[in-house]
Write a protein that binds this ligand. Structure first.
Ligand code: NAP
Ligand code: GDD
Length: 383
């Protein structure tokens, strides 16, 4: 008999990688998907199976973390061995605009899942993974951050996730549930949402290289993040639920980098050096040097002449609209417990992550540019 997993947030970055990983391990995967006006299944289309296929290993259900009845019904119908609660309003800056909704989905949503498992008498069968976050450390009380570091959340998102963390611990202790928190530090990939900083950068650098965009406006360039690859991090989620005893684990690389240096690394991927000048809102980055051979190899000869004319131009600026009312300045994790108890090690370092994201975005933006130039039928919605 195949094991059964239920993934909330299956249409997101982590949900897509985890679904593929579990299917390869022989699981039947059920995914919770919000109704939207478009399919919104791009990240999992390669795994999708028509409902008429027999013995499907990927089955999607409409649902929402804010709807208890719906969650209880789906958990009851699917009887999962493992639940991975990845669904969340996951954007820190947006949580300042939608604090009540964020608390409902990211905080109470966790309670709804735990309580459904309890009420359905599934405690002996179902293990639960809660997607906790390094944002819990916020105004960091210790460097690096580990499982015992006190939390100090700095956004409505992090405060909601704090509730999710503790209600998971409480249900574990009160009802002997196999419920665990993965305290994951930032993890990125070619599937990362376009408004998170790494993907915003790799998309913008690709578009600047192809002549589709002149400049990118950023927020706080000095904050530091411990960035890993999402592919490595979903392996950790799975490993956490395979342990005999539930527990909470930090998952991180142990290396931290500024946003400024991430920008430099992304430009370096196409053979371009940028130099930062000025301070705070007046800080800019200027194109300083091109390694033509590398630019041709990564971007293509056809784009070189136009790009060379831009040497000396400003390609990065700062726009305060991207600042957060309260910022998390520094995150760096100590994943000793995961390395020791789970045997987890990341395969990607930051350079390999940036390369993966840049190669993907250059390809994607070339396709977008081709479509825009009429290389393909352009749909006109008003005719
Ligand atoms: P993501 O790409 O933003 O995906 C979030 C997923 O949650 C999407 O499938 C989204 O559906 C779904 N969702 C949002 N609100 C929902 C609701 N009310 N009901 C049902 N589904 C809902 O996030 P991610 O990067 O994969 O992160 C996965 C989880 O890990 C999140 O809980 C996040 O907070 C947490 N986390 C992420 C990181 C990181 O660096 N990536 C680090 C630590 C923790 P739509 O597609 O319909 O929007
Ligand atoms: N998004 C964004 N856009 N961030 C910017 C920008 C910009 O233009 N400019 C600078 N930043 C800075 C932010 O201020 C923050 O300090 C840092 O870049 C990272 O921002 P995000 O990529 O949006 O991620 P995050 O760290 O706030 O949150 C992500 O990681 C958490 C784990 O630590 C999300 O995935 C959360 O869901 C996750 O819990």
């Amino acid at each position: 008999m195949s094991k059964v997993a239920l993934i909330t947030g299956i249409t997101g970055q982590d949900g897509a990688y985890l679904a593929e990983y579990l299917i390869k391990k022989g699981y039947v995967v059920h995914g919770l998907k919000r109704r939207s006006s478009m399919f919104n299944t791009d990240r999992i289309d390669h795994l999708y199976q028509d409902p008429h296929v027999e013995n499907r290993n990927l089955i999607l259900h409409y649902g929402d973390l804010t709807d208890s009845l719906n969650l209880t019904r789906i958990i009851g119908e699917t009887q999962p061995d493992e639940i991975y609660n990845l669904a969340a309003m996951s954007h820190v800056k947006v949580s300042f605009d939608t604090p009540e909704y964020t608390a409902n989905a990211d905080g109470l949503g966790v309670l709804r899942i735990l309580e459904a498992v309890r009420l359905l008498n599934l405690i002996p069968k179902t293990r639960i993974y809660q997607a906790s976050t390094s944002e819990l450390y916020g105004l960091v009380q210790e460097v690096p951050q580990k499982e015992t570091t006190p939390f100090y959340p700095r956004s409505p998102y992090a405060v909601a996730k704090l509730y999710g963390y503790w209600i998971t611990v409480n249900y574990r202790e009160a009802y002997k549930m196999h419920a665990s928190n993965g305290i994951l530090f930032n993890h990125e990939s070619p599937l990362r949402g376009e408004t998170f900083v790494t993907r915003k950068v790799t998309r913008a650098v690709s578009r600047i290289a192809l002549g589709m965009q002149k400049k990118v406006y950023m927020g706080n360039l000095s904050s530091k993040r411990d960035w890993g690859h999402a592919k490595d991090y979903v392996r950790a989620m799975y490993a956490i639920l395979q342990q005999d005893e539930p527990s909470d684990y930090v998952i991180a690389t142990g290396i931290t980098t500024t946003i400024r240096d991430f920008l430099k690394m992304a430009f370096a991927e196409i053979g371009v050096e940028i130099v930062f000048k000025g301070e705070h809102v007046n800080e800019v980055a200027v194109l300083n040097y091109i390694d033509e051979r590398m630019f041709i190899e990564r971007v293509g000869e056809a784009y070189l002449d136009n790009f060379k004319k831009r040497i000396g131009d400003e390609v990065v600026g700062v726009d305060p609209q991207y600042f957060r009312p309260t910022e998390v300045d520094l995150l760096i994790g100590d994943a000793t417990k995961a390395r020791t108890c789970l045997g987890w090690e990341p395969k990607y370092d930051l350079a390999a992550l940036v390369e993966d994201m840049m190669l993907n975005d250059i390809k994607l933006m070339k396709k977008e540019s081709y479509l825009r130039k009429g290389g393909y039928e352009i749909l006109n919605y008003f005719e």
